[in-house]
Design a protein around this ligand. Structure first.
Ligand code: FAD
Ligand code: NAD
Length: 469
């Protein structure tokens, strides 16, 4: 006997569980299925949350070494790695259990098992505890997320050759960690282990790190990370990692991306962080007739509809940035659309943050994108060296850059490198959602002394009338 639901959500990550909650709020009989055993998806279990627990702890540890500049003498600071990892695990445990409570509170049927289509809107779940359940749904939301991309020539064992998951749990600090991929994961987790004492070498295929970031920010970012001790090999790829035994170093073969002579490099651990792929393994989308696009993502229209009536898809498994808040936003919109409301996501106003020190945050268009699109723009910039609060805090690395339409002054993008950038960008996100101009930001009162005044000053600089520079 199959059980009937208005909405079945496959995947309990930030996209899926939020879609389920919004659907339940709108009065729809909803089930949410996840095979991981704990809800919260990649983000809570092996992504955003555990990585930020380690980033925060190691940043504090690193800061201890610089407190003398503020007149604080610190002695005897030491790392207790098992305790740090335990704090991370406890945070994950509490937050994932919290999702379980939320699902219960909203009377959502939380099913722990692997879902597969047996037909359009017909789903069979192989329960983790044994047995199966069959469900039918008026609407199915595919929110199955993504998985790390592997590279040929190396075997991931999650001990010495790891994805981000293994790099969240090294039992000891590797002496030399080679990170393949100078993107978000590589730089965040590379920073964690560098702060804990590892020598970190980042090997990046292209000729710059964080290639989708605004070029000027990316260049400054690399300069700051280099000062912190990270080493970079740009325009290079790792073609082979040889494990010659647990007591011997790993031997990596590196080649220039554009061809040339290979070199070898020894390492104690290798983090493969070359991107993530949409995940539909075992879902049997063929049985439902759901089409994938050329990059293996579930193909959708502008309203998250797949090619099959009543089947929708959101989050990392579809086009767009692979970010938790993007998935959440889509979860809300798709549930509202299913319930007959006008669900909508403004994909031009989704911020992204790299949680290194300093943080790097971006929203909207980069200068490179505006140039390529032939859009005339004006730039406003303000360095943190000229912000009083940043100066008092000794947090003067970086700047705010605002890009505004030359004709209308509408804010088209913002790029921030500096302490608290991840929090500062929220103001620009709100401004962009409201279609604000740079002058709107410039005429908004900002608290003094605060780091946020750098946003106001950058907005003033669009019209070349900064007040404090
Ligand atoms: P997921 O979170 O991947 O959830 C999908 C769920 O579906 C999984 O739990 C999986 O078990 C389940 N599933 C898959 N197939 C089936 C099936 N057939 N049956 C049942 N269940 C199934 N993003 C940010 O915005 N900020 C960050 O700071 C950040 N940090 C990150 C750090 C790391 C190390 C990583 C790896 C990612 C990070 N991300 C971050 C990205 C973020 O985790 C993802 O964008 C987000 O989790 C995507 O949400 P989702 O709901 O689409 O998919
Ligand atoms: P990424 O796309 O950010 O970076 C991958 C990097 O690897 C790129 O710079 C790419 O040029 C490089 N690369 C690709 N193939 C290579 C090769 N063979 N050799 C060397 N370099 C190679 O991917 P990621 O860092 O793996 O992160 C995956 C996703 O997870 C991202 O899309 C991101 O959105 C998400 N994430 C977000 C956060 C955050 O929001 N703070 C944190 C972690 C992860």
């Amino acid at each position: 006997m199959s059980e009937a639901f208005d909405v079945v959500v496959i995947g309990g990550g930030p996209g899926g569980y939020i879609a389920a909650i919004r659907a339940a709020q709108l009065g729809l009989k909803t089930a949410c299925i996840d095979k991981r055993g704990r809800f919260g998806g990649t983000c809570l279990n092996i992504g955003c949350i555990p990585s930020k627990a380690l980033l925060h702890a190691t940043e504090l540890y690193d800061q201890m070494g610089h407190l003398a500049r503020l007149g604080i003498k610190v002695e005897g600071v030491a790392v207790d790695l098992p305790a740090m990892l335990a704090h991370k695990d406890k945070t994950v445990d509490e937050l994932t259990r919290g999702i379980g409570f939320l699902l219960k509170k909203h009377k959502i049927e939380a099913i722990v098992g692997a879902a597969r289509f047996t037909g359009p809107n017909a789903i069979e779940v192989t329960l983790n505890d044994g047995g199966t359940r069959t469900l039918t749904a008026k609407n199915t939301i595919i929110a199955t997320g993504s998985d790390s991309i592997a590279l040929p020539g190396m075997t991931i064992d999650e001990k010495r050759v790891v994805t981000s998951t293994g790099a969240l749990s090294f039992a000891e600090v590797p002496k030399h960690l080679v990170v393949i991929g100078g993107g978000v994961i590589g730089l965040e987790l590379g920073s964690v282990w560098s702060r804990l004492g590892a020598k970190v070498t980042v090997v990046e295929f292209l000729d710059r790190i964080t290639p989708t970031m605004d070029g000027e920010v990316s260049k400054n970012f690399q300069r700051i990370l280099t000062k912190q001790g990270l080493a970079f090999k740009l325009g290079a790829k790792v073609t082979k990692v040889e494990d010659k035994g647990a007591d011997k170093p790993l031997v990596l073969t590196l080649e220039p991306s554009k061809g040339g002579e290979a070199e070898t490099l020894e390492a104690d651990a290798v983090l493969v962080a070359v991107g993530r792929r949409p995940y539909v393994d075992g879902l049997n989308v063929e049985a439902a007739g759901v089409a994938l696009d050329a990059r293996g993502r579930v193909a959708i229209d502008g309203h998250f509809r797949t090619n099959v009536a009543g089947i929708w898809a959101i989050g990392d498994v579809v086009q767009g940035a692979m970010l938790a808040h993007k998935a959440e936003h889509e979860g809300v919109a798709v549930a509202e659309t299913i319930a007959g409301q006008a669900g909508h996501v403004n994909h031009d106003a989704i911020p992204s943050v790299v949680y290194t020190a300093p943080e790097v945050a971006a929203i909207g268009k980069t200068e490179e994108e505006l140039k390529a699109a032939g859009i005339a723009y004006r730039i406003g910039k303000f360095p943190f060296t000229a912000n009083a609060r940043a100066k008092a805090n000794l947090e003067t690395d970086g700047f705010v850059k605002i890009l505004a339409d030359a004709a209308t002054d509408r804010v088209l993008g913002a790029h921030i490198i500096g302490a608290h950038a991840g929090d500062l960008i929220a103001e620009v996100a709100l401004a962009m959602e409201f279609g604000a101009s740079s002058e709107d930001i410039a005429r908004t009162s900002h608290p003094h002394p605060s780091i946020s005044e750098a946003i106001k000053e950058a907005a003033l600089d669009v019209d070349k009338r900064t007040l404090n520079l």
